[in-house]
Unconditional design. Structure first.
Length: 133
């Protein structure tokens, strides 16, 4: 995995809480989606942004602790060192701010598409280099 980690924080809002009193599982996936988009936009060149889009193929989530109303989530993401054809693995760790261990760990497989045709594209070396250096 790449040493380059991208981090964002999200406050836990009342709308994020489920009937059990903690952050709903869907909210954690929203965090994963939002940080992936922010990471892409922060590192991609204007040409990359114009030519490519990403879609999720699969999410796997391991829930280890609960976040509750008033907590702040620190969300960290990184990508695997190598893409596999059109797919690239992204890791997202969600912490309660100040915690040593993540509350949730998400592994997602993303697929690169041509922005105009929406056809699957092999991840080019320049994108891998942009996100792993």
């Amino acid at each position: 995995m790449s040493a380059g980690t991208f981090t964002l924080r999200f406050p836990v809002a009342a709308a994020d809480i489920d009937e059990l009193g903690h952050v709903n599982n869907i909210v954690y996936l929203r965090y994963a989606q939002e940080i992936a988009i922010a990471h892409w936009r922060s590192r991609a060149t204007p040409e990359m942004l114009a030519n490519y889009v990403w879609v999720v193929l699969r999410h796997e989530a391991d829930y280890r602790a609960a976040l509750t109303l008033g907590d702040e989530a620190e969300v960290r993401t990184r990508v695997d060192d190598a893409a596999r054809g059109h797919a690239w693995v992204r890791y997202v760790d969600i912490y309660k701010v100040g915690a040593e261990r993540p509350a949730v760990q998400i592994k997602s497989n993303w697929c690169l598409l041509d922005a105009n045709t929406r056809r699957i594209k092999r991840v080019p070396p320049e994108i891998i280099q942009q996100f792993t250096d």
